[in-house]
Design a protein around this ligand. Structure first.
Ligand SMILES: NC(=O)c1ccc[n+]([C@@H]2O[C@H](COP(=O)([O-])OP(=O)(O)OC[C@H]3O[C@@H](n4cnc5c(N)ncnc54)[C@H](O)[C@@H]3O)[C@@H](O)[C@H]2O)c1
Length: 261
């Protein structure tokens, strides 16, 4: 019970990495609000978490790219849980194209959700944490926040940007005792995001999606994709008081891939 009695908002928590994190932090004693653009999936995930863990779990619809929606969702989450002292900023999207063909609408979509969305969620969660005089925030960034990648301009630009945001917010909120850190996972090849990405990449590399996944697996010195459990484990450490002297950091979780050529 490393997060006993914590009140957490998890954006993009309906599926994938966010869902795994929400389940894990509830097992560690936190009450959770699943904030997602897909309310049906969020309600299903929240229901399962409440049944499995006995913790409070609620679903709140949000579009992280829309400030009114974020402001309302954070207030709803706080009201449902009786407080808000942990933000897991996880909602994210990816579009991948060759630079000369990159549609501006896809650039805007990725930047609005990943970078502006992080700004808005951190801003509105901070207001509640400042009021409650405690809190920590963990942002799910990416290996793509540290290294460029083929056809990955918008996603990398958004994830590099989020690391800058995290460093600045850490300085703003340190005097109030509120911490913020980021996790930079490598490729979590078993997630829905990667199933879709493998299809997009199969076209660009003229391979099958399975060949794409295998090639990405082989690039990792530890020989496997990132597991959602790896991310949830680090997440618990960064959310808890075990990391009370850490703020403004962006931790690589890539099986050594960050050093690969
Ligand atoms: N899957 C990976 O390999 C990987 C690796 C590194 C980092 N990440 C990052 O982890 C995070 C989660 O990725 P995932 O693989 O679980 O993705 P996913 O597509 O499985 O889940 C993303 C969730 O975010 C929600 N969402 C999307 N747009 C939203 C919006 N505007 N407002 C609110 N919710 C929205 C979706 O409904 C979905 O539930 C993302 O930030 C992603 O960039 C993923």
């Amino acid at each position: 019970m490393r997060l006993a009695e914590r009140k957490a908002a998890v954006t993009g928590g309906a599926q994938g990495i966010g869902e795994a994190i929400a389940r894990r932090i509830a097992r560690e004693g936190a009450d959770v609000a699943i904030l997602d653009i897909n309310p049906d999936a969020a309600a299903k995930t929240a229901g399962a978490i409440a049944r499995e863990t006995g913790r409070k779990a609620t679903a709140v619809r949000v579009d992280v790219a829309d400030e009114d929606s974020v402001e309302k969702a954070m207030a709803e989450a706080k009201a449902a849980l009786g407080g808000l002292d942990l933000l897991v900023n996880n909602a994210g999207v990816l579009k991948s194209h060759f630079i000369a063909d990159f549609p501006k609408k896809d650039w805007d979509f990725v930047l609005n959700v990943n970078l502006t969305g992080a700004f808005l969620c951190v801003k509105h969660a901070a207001r509640h944490m400042i009021e409650g005089k405690r809190g920590s925030m963990v942002v799910i960034d990416s290996r793509s926040g540290k290294r460029g990648g083929l056809w990955n301009h918008a996603y990398c630009a958004s994830k590099f940007g989020v690391i800058g945001l995290v460093q600045c917010v850490a300085l703003d909120l340190a005097p109030r005792g509120i911490r913020i850190n980021a996790i930079c996972p490598g490729n979590a090849l078993d997630t829905p995001l990667w199933k879709d990405l493998a299809v997009q990449y199969a076209k660009k590399y003229d391979e099958t999606p399975e060949q794409v996944l295998e090639r990405y697996r082989k690039r990792v010195p530890l020989g496997r994709g990132c597991d959602v459990g790896d991310i949830a484990g680090l997440m618990v450490f960064l959310a808890s008081d075990e990391s009370s002297y850490m703020t403004g950091q962006a931790i690589n979780l890539t099986g050594g891939e960050i050093m690969s050529p």
